[in-house]
Structures are given as structure tokens and as C-alpha cells.
Design a protein around this ligand. Structure first.
Ligand code: ADP
Length: 509
């Protein structure tokens, strides 16, 4: 084949041009990533990228109307037009065998040491999406654990991922919920980076970092359906937390969302369970603060902690702040003889100021409080908790549903079959005045009885012996259950009148 001088020259020029284009694409990609990290507030990651690449990336800027978001969106639109579906851009890596084993053994996940720096798509910079595809917002649960304040991460509300989001290629690192089917995916929460947490002095920022450090990648896994009875309370909580986020256009003017809700009632009736359901099911950042630990562990700083907490809640909005045992921080001011501790008074005032701030703003931040002793609560605080719902002792049908839920005719625990023959209605009647947690305790004790009988057989069996008899648990009968009831007294029956009296005076549902 004859090669002319001209053709060799042209081929060389084409190769050089292609090389330049590749080089320029690589550099552009780095600049786009750098720009994206800076925009999203991942300053440290951006600096690290600059250092790693050894390119002065900040000397470049991206052109108008261009950023990674837009590029991805354009690509998705192109792909959708071409293939009538969205491209799948990321997928979950196969899980290592050990970690799968650890999870199946019920090992707790280790708390993260900081906010997972997964870049969050900033809605304010996002051009309108095409094809009606919606990106879901990050979600997070802040949970009191061993410390006063911690953060739990949780998935988007809803039992199953909405079809549009599973189809949508941008689902980064989906993880599978414990116990969920393989097909059910859960999105890894994307938190906004704290480095973008502006408007605070360094002390406040440090406090925010402390609050955000205790992040647990697990959710309470309590579904609305797991809560037996309490229909009115469930409806009101949904109305206050879920619907304003889902249907914002309905919640304007006189219908502006509630800012505070108090769940009060005897202990063990499901108040915390309701809050956990909010954390599991709702698409909000959930801060779970045990009020008593604010006081005991944060004493001097508790006022600042409250301020930062609300700032963080606004920053991560839509958010829910759950204040458990409210009476331990918001008891009536000036009571308790000897005067109050100055710090505690300042903290109460700060909480009231913050609640007022919420009432005046359009921020989607909602305070959910729980108290076993509502009559001890400060009146100023009560006024700010616009909705007050009695979470009372379970009704007859609810008690019956509880017993049949915890002790069904046949259940299998740890490979051992437990059978029951129970007259549920009779048992429900016999447990009038029992709270949900009392009933659970009775069920546990009743189930324990036949198990106790096999302990002897287990203990007497010689280690290593293969002649272990097959274990058969005795059936739990109604008489056994009634005997347990006779020996397990309800914990809160005496207070019923007091709750009813308080309800008459302060009810707001
Ligand atoms: P509290 O009202 O004191 O916050 P919790 O919500 O912590 O009570 O309930 C304690 C336990 O009692 C729960 O973990 C659950 O096992 C049981 N329980 C109480 N009420 C209900 C209910 N309505 N449905 C299901 N379980 C309940």
C-alpha cells in the first residue's frame, strides 16, 4: 500500500487532535468535580482533589449553565429519548461475606465518625428535571443513643421505593433494609456537609459537629402498621409531619403546618413508638433528643445545644425534633422550691424562643414532644405545642390485637415452635388498665413458662452427646396466661383519672 506524505501527516494530526480532546476532557471532568464539591460544601474533599491531581483546579471555572448535575441530566434525557428508560449509573457492590454474616447475627452497626461525605444534589442549583423525574431528598434520623444527641440515618419514607426513583439512575449506593426482600432497595442517606453550615461562630460550629458526629446507619424499623390501635394519634402525627411535606400546596395561610405536637399519656402506651414510626416512615431528618440527657450531660452548654439543634434542624429541613421526657426540661418555671438552676432557666427560655422562631418561619421543622406527666409542663411550652394528643391505655380490641400479635397460635422463634391456644377476648378483658408494654411483658412471661421447663432437659444433657431429645414446647393455654396476669400488675392504672382530667382541660386534637 502506498503511503503518501500527506496521508501520514493527516493521520498524525488527527491522532494529536484526539489526544488533545481526551486530555481536555479529563481536565474538564476534574474541574467539574471540583466545582461540584465546592458548590455542595465539601471543601476538604475539594482541596484533597486538588492536591491529588496536582492541578490548580481553582484557577478554572465552569462556563455558564454547566455543572455536573446538568451534564448528568442531559445524558439522562438523551438516554431516555433513545431507550425509553433512564440509564443505570451506579450499582451496589456485592457485599463481603463477613459483613453479611455480621448483619445476619444482629450485630449493631458501628457509628460513623462523621457525616458521610456523599455529595448531595443541591436543589436550589438544579434546573427543572425533565420527563417528570423526581430526585428524592436525603433523609436522616438523629437519635439519642449513649450520648445526649446522636444522629441515625434512615431511608426515605414508604415501604417500597417509589417506582420513579428505582428506575432513576442516580440512586447512589442503595442498601437493602434488614429483613426486606432482595428486590427492595434502600437509599444510603445523603447528608449535607457541615462545612457549609454557615452563620455560626466556631464554638457553635464545634457543637454542631459534636451533634452530627454520633451518626448511626440504622433506623428504628418501626412501621405505622407495627403500632397497634392509636388510630387518632397516628392520623394526627401523619397530618402534622407527613402531609405538609407531601402536599405543601395545601398547607399555606391559615392551613400552615403545625409546629409542635405533644403526645402525653401513661408510660408504655406507644408514644416513643409513634416517634420511631415518624423516623422510619417519614422523609424528614429526625433528631431524637432525650430531654433528661440534655440536662444531665450538657448542663452548662444545654442552652447553646438547643440553639444549635434548631439551627441544624433548619439546615437539614424538613426535620422533626423529638423531645422525649419533656417534663424533665420543661417543668413549670419557678417550681421545685429553692429556685431553679440559672442554666436550666436559660435553656428553657431558649427552647421557647426557638419554638417561637419556628412559628414565625416557613421552615419545615416540626417539634414532636412526649411526656408522661403533662401536668408538670410549663404553660408557655404547652401553648407552643399546638396539638396535644392523649396516647391512652389500649382499648379492649387493641389489647386483644396485641396479645394475638405477640402470641399468635403458632410462632417460630430461634427455630423453636411455640404454640398457643388462647381465648384472646377473655384475656383482653382480664387486662383492662394494662399498657401496651405491660401486655407485652405478660405475653413474654407466658411464653417463657413452657421454655423454662425445657431448661432442665438442656442443662442435664451431657455436652457433646448426640442423643439430645427433640424439643417440644408445651402449648401456652388460656389458664397459664391468666395465672401470669394475676402475678403481673399494670404499671399505670392509678393515673388514668389524672390524665382524663388533664385532657378535659388541655386537649387539642
Ligand atoms: P412510651 O409511651 O412510654 O413512650 P413506648 O412507645 O416506649 O412507650 O412503648 C414501650 C413498648 O411497649 C414498645 O416498645 C412496644 O413493645 C410496646 N407497645 C406499647 N404500646 C404499643 C402499641 N400501641 N402497639 C405496639 N406495641 C406497643
Amino acid at each position: 500500500m502506498e503511503l503518501s506524505y500527506q496521508s501520514i501527516k493527516t493521520a498524525n494530526q488527527a491522532r494529536e487532535a484526539e489526544e488533545m480532546r481526551t486530555e481536555s476532557r479529563r481536565r474538564n471532568l476534574l474541574i467539574l468535580i471540583f466545582h461540584h464539591l465546592m458548590e455542595a460544601g465539601y471543601m476538604d474533599a475539594a482541596s484533597a482533589l486538588e492536591q491529588d491531581t496536582n492541578v490548580a483546579l481553582r484557577r478554572f471555572e465552569v462556563c455558564d449553565n454547566i455543572d455536573l448535575d446538568t451534564v448528568l441530566m442531559e445524558y439522562e434525557s438523551y438516554y431516555f429519548i433513545k431507550f425509553q428508560r433512564y440509564p443505570k449509573l451506579t450499582k451496589k457492590r456485592p457485599e463481603p461475606v463477613e459483613s453479611r454474616h455480621a448483619r445476619s447475627c444482629g450485630k449493631k452497626r458501628v457509628p460513623c465518625t462523621g457525616v458521610q461525605p456523599l455529595p448531595r444534589i443541591n436543589s436550589s442549583h438544579r434546573p427543572p428535571s425533565r420527563g417528570g423525574v423526581k430526585k428524592t431528598e436525603p433523609k436522616m434520623v438523629v437519635k439519642d443513643a449513649s450520648r445526649a444527641v446522636g444522629i441515625l440515618l434512615q431511608e426515605n419514607g414508604g415501604r417500597s421505593t417509589p417506582p420513579e426513583s428505582t428506575e432513576f439512575g442516580l440512586n447512589v449506593s442503595p442498601i437493602i433494609r434488614n429483613g426486606a426482600g432482595e428486590g427492595q432497595m434502600k437509599k444510603e442517606p445523603l447528608l449535607k456537609p457541615l462545612s457549609a453550615f454557615i452563620g455560626m461562630n466556631s464554638e457553635m460550629r464545634d457543637l454542631a459537629a459534636v451533634i452530627s458526629r454520633d451518626i448511626y446507619v440504622q433506623d428504628p424499623a418501626v412501621r405505622w402498621d407495627d403500632i397497634i390501635g392509636l388510630q387518632a394519634a397516628k392520623r394526627l402525627v401523619k397530618e402534622a409531619v407527613v402531609y405538609p411535606i407531601k402536599y405543601p400546596q395545601l398547607f399555606t395561610g391559615i392551613l400552615s403546618p403545625w409546629k409542635g405536637l405533644l403526645l402525653y399519656g401513661p408510660p408504655g402506651t406507644g408514644k416513643t413508638l409513634l416517634a420511631k414510626a415518624v423516623a422510619t416512615e417519614c422523609n424528614t431528618t429526625f433528631f431524637n433528643i432525650s430531654a433528661s440527657s440534655i440536662v444531665s450531660k450538657w448542663r452548662g452548654d444545654s442552652e447553646k445545644l438547643v440553639r444549635v439543634l434548631f439551627e441544624l434542624a433548619r439546615y437539614h429541613a424538613p426535620s422533626t425534633i423529638f423531645l422525649d421526657e419533656l417534663e424533665s426540661v420543661m417543668s413549670q418555671r419557678g417550681t421545685g422550691g429553692g429556685g431553679e438552676h440559672e442554666g436550666s432557666r436559660r435553656m428553657k427560655t431558649e427552647l421557647l424562643v426557638q419554638m417561637d422562631g419556628l412559628a414565625r418561619s416557613d421552615d419545615l421543622v416540626f417539634v414532636l414532644a412526649a411526656s408522661n406527666l403533662p401536668w408538670e409542663l410549663d404553660h408557655a411550652m404547652l401553648r407552643r405545642l399546638e396539638k396535644r394528643i392523649l396516647v391512652g391505655l389500649p382499648s379492649g380490641p387493641a389489647r386483644q390485637a396485641m396479645v394475638s400479635h405477640w402470641l399468635p397460635p403458632l410462632s417460630c422463634t430461634g427455630g423453636v415452635e411455640l404454640r398457643t391456644e388462647l381465648a384472646y377476648e377473655t384475656l383482653a378483658q382480664a387486662m383492662e388498665g394494662y399498657s401496651g408494654s405491660d401486655i407485652r411483658l405478660v405475653c413474654k412471661e407466658a411464653a417463657m413458662r413452657p421454655v423454662r421447663k425445657i431448661f432442665d432437659a438442656l442443662e442435664s444433657h451431657q455436652q457433646g452427646s448426640c442423643n439430645m431429645p427433640v424439643i417440644h414446647l408445651e402449648t401456652v393455654a388460656t389458664e397459664d396466661f391468666l395465672e401470669v396476669i394475676a402475678h403481673t400488675k399494670p404499671s399505670a392504672r392509678n393515673l388514668t383519672d389524672k390524665y382524663t382530667a388533664w385532657e378535659t382541660e388541655y386537649e387539642s386534637v
